[in-house]
Design a protein around this ligand. Sequence first.
Ligand code: HSE
Length: 298
Amino acid sequence: EDIKIFAPATVANLSCGFDVLGCCLDNVGDEMLLRKNDLNELRITRISGQDLPMETHKNVAGVAVQALLKQLDFTQGFDIEIDKHIKAGSGIGSSAASSAGAVYGINKLLGEPFTVKELIPFAMEGERLASGNAHADNVAPALMGGFSLVRSYDPLEVLALPSPPKLRVVILHPLIEVKTKDSRAIIKQNVNLQDAITQWGNLGALVSALYVEDYELFGRSLHDKIIEPVRSILIPYFDELKQIAMESGALGFGISGSGPSVFAMCKGDEVAVSVREAMQLFYQEKGIDFDLHHSEIN
Ligand code: HSE
């Protein structure tokens, strides 16, 4: 018995929701094959596409599954094969896809002892290994789809938010690797009160916009006074890209997760194509290598 799953890429933070907000792409992700073995042992038997550790305790998928099995006090062994399509250090939730995909698949093979929401803390252990911090803003949307919001980390409470149907996201990934651990290290630990006021106003409005499908309000809320000014220095021509995306009709633009990928939210495919082409042309002129994605949020 085996199971094949699609482990989606995700965009965390979405500007105003550092560590609490994220959304799930529906056409970018890894493929995983999971099966039971007779060895009482968890093994990562194959990884293609990326050079990642195969040892279970060093691999985010392995660590996440071990956390799940520990909870069940279970000795069943499993083999996991991973076809990585999401590049590590790209900012679209590569480690989260592996962690979330692995616990999702194993839970299925075990007859679903856990609900999808209950899998989040296990997948977060993969994130802890990858970045030193067990954030949930990639693994939650990877598991639940659409948009999700971490209302609280302690105790963990995650909410599923609606996804307006015409929303499209364009992702531009400059081909440089930024480790989440490093881009977390440069963030300031203290927040200015005026910036905090702006940020929580935007975050509240963004959530509201998702419910009432107000695309313009959604776009107006995509601002980040706290993290983006620091992290954007790691991204080539960030300000220019933002200007180009906005002039091409994007609703909003920001850093995807911890970067270096950037995202542009758009209403409808036509605008998304214009935004994509404008950003592409600009990077080509600058001679910067990149990947591009264009997806619905599901
Ligand atoms: N919220 C996390 C961060 C996401 O920005 O560090 C990492 O993908």
